[in-house]
Design a protein around this ligand. Structure first.
Ligand code: ADP
Length: 467
């Protein structure tokens, strides 16, 4: 029970808005302090034997305060403030009535001043809470009327005593003039607060303007970016079609020249060698063009992810690379292939590049063995493709993922140097990482991470719940 009462008085009001909460906390302190203060006074009155009749005003005010605590706890801050002010007003009125019927002792009556001071204090508090001219005017008017009537009663009762006349006039002037002055000050304070609020509105407008400008800039930039992406797509298209066309013409005519030479019996080994160079050059150029095309297309990929079955992906890649796998007699061991969340076509490209590299950079000294496996880690699926090929020196671990960086001459290994850059871009699109572990002559392990299906599912559920 005691705990419940303590909770009732001590636990505050929870509002998400920081300023509202701070304001409410002030009001709560005021209510509690007034409550404690009045309780002490009431106990004192009981102790001095002034009796319940005299305390009736205090009892009403205390009840009002408990009610305002209750309202406060319910989050009805404005209502709590009204009850607080009205409770104080009732206290003054009732105490005065009781006092008037009790005693005409001027010393006791003088305590009216103290009550007035309390009233004025409460009045100021209310102003800071309601920030509304009508409420201030209402309480200002109400207080002035109550105190004026009270002054008239005092005037009527005490004017008969010549030595009290001065006090009576003083009281009358102080009450009416004082309350009018307080109302005026309150209105001025309100005007000041309004001006402050107005200033805040100006600031808010300025911030909004800046935000609009920024949003417009972002919009323009996005538009520019979309345009440049479109241009890039068009450029890639032109490169793929228009540049490949003359290449096809060259290789077509080179084949014709070779046929004509065969026909005429001019089988010169030098000429044959030159023709081979031309053929090789054109096919290298063709590869380069299609790699650049693939790489540049990755800049404009939309993130449209689905569950991807990696076993299926590897199966398709193996049939694409069937000739190379057959020729290299590669043994491919697949240990564990966890499904991932991503774009199938891109993941296929990734596996194709890494597998074809593992085949291409095999060692002449041993049979090629490639192992593929995966495990789930930190919401991502971590894959590896391990070979027992020629390996890579640690100083090249970073550079090999940059476009056009090759460690070997075309004479030994064909290639464009774009394959791993494409892999890196595909992994970037999926929000993963790619890296290599290797030692020269001892094979290489390419590691990469892709989003797991569970994480993607959890994220999509969170989005659904947020809506
Ligand atoms: P490319 O194979 O066309 O040269 P990549 O970007 O695929 O281009 O690879 C860049 C370089 O990384 C290669 O030139 C090669 O030296 C090295 N590399 C890639 N994969 C392997 C591998 N499995 N083993 C050894 N070296 C590799």
């Amino acid at each position: 029970m005691a705990i419940e009462i303590a909770n009732f008085f001590l636990s505050g009001y929870n509002n998400a808005n920081y300023f509202e909460r701070r304001k409410a906390a002030y009001l709560y302190y005021i209510i509690l302090s007034a409550f404690i203060f009045l309780s002490i006074i009431s106990l004192g009155q009981l102790y001095f034997g002034l009796g319940l009749l005299y305390m009736s005003g205090n009892i009403v005010a205390l009840t009002g305060m408990v009610l305002s605590v209750f309202l406060f706890r319910k989050g009805k801050i404005g209502a709590a403030g009204h009850v607080l002010v009205l409770g104080s007003l009732v206290l003054i009125v009732m105490e005065t009535i009781v006092r008037d019927s009790y005693s005409t002792d001027p010393a006791i009556r003088y305590r009216v001043y103290l009550d007035m001071v309390a009233l004025v204090g409460v009045y100021f508090i209310v102003i800071s809470f309601f920030r509304d001219r009508r409420v201030v005017m209402f309480y200002g008017g109400l207080f002035t009327i109550v105190l004026f009537v009270h002054s008239l009663v005092i005037h009527h009762q005490l004017y008969a005593y010549p030595d009290m006349r001065m006090f009576v006039w003083e009281h009358l002037i102080t009450v009416t003039g004082g309350m009018t002055a307080v109302t005026a000050i309150a209105m001025w304070l309100l005007a000041f607060m309004d001006a402050l609020a107005q200033q805040n509105v100006v600031y808010a407008e300025q911030i909004k303007m800046q935000k609009d400008i920024l949003e417009k800039m972002v919009e323009e930039r996005t538009h520019d970016l979309q345009m440049s992406n479109k241009n890039l797509r068009e450029f890639a298209y032109i490169v793929s079609h228009d540049l490949k066309e003359p290449l096809r013409t060259i290789s077509g005519f080179v084949t014709l020249i070779r046929k004509e030479l065969d026909k005429t019996g001019m089988n010169d080994s030098d000429i044959n060698e030159y023709i081979n160079y031309v053929t090789k050059g054109t096919s290298q150029m063709e590869r380069l063009i299609s790699d650049i095309l693939t790489y540049s297309k990755l800049n404009v990929v939309e993130k449209d992810f689905y569950e991807v079955d990696i076993n299926g992906v590897i199966g398709e890649v193996k049939s694409l690379l069937a000739k190379a796998i057959y020729e290299s007699e590669a043994e491919i061991v697949i240990t564990n292939c966890i499904h991932v969340n991503g774009q199938k076509a891109l993941i296929e490209q990734l596996f194709q590049n890494l597998l074809s590299n593992a085949i291409k950079y095999r060692s002449a000294d041993r049979d090629l063995k490639i192992v593929i496996g995966s495990k789930e880690e930190d919401g991502m699926v971590k894959y590896f493709i391990r070979d027992n090929g020629i390996g890579i020196k640690p100083e090249y671990f970073e550079t090999i993922f940059k476009a056009f960086r090759r460690l070997h001459s075309k004479v030994y290994y064909e290639g464009t140097g774009v394959g791993l850059a494409i892999c890196k871009k595909i992994i970037d699109i999926h929000g993963g990482d790619i890296w290599v572990e290797s030692a020269e002559g001892e094979g290489a392990s390419f590691w990469f991470t892709l989003p797991s299906v569970q994480t993607a599912f959890a994220a999509s559920q969170a989005v659904v719940q947020a809506h």
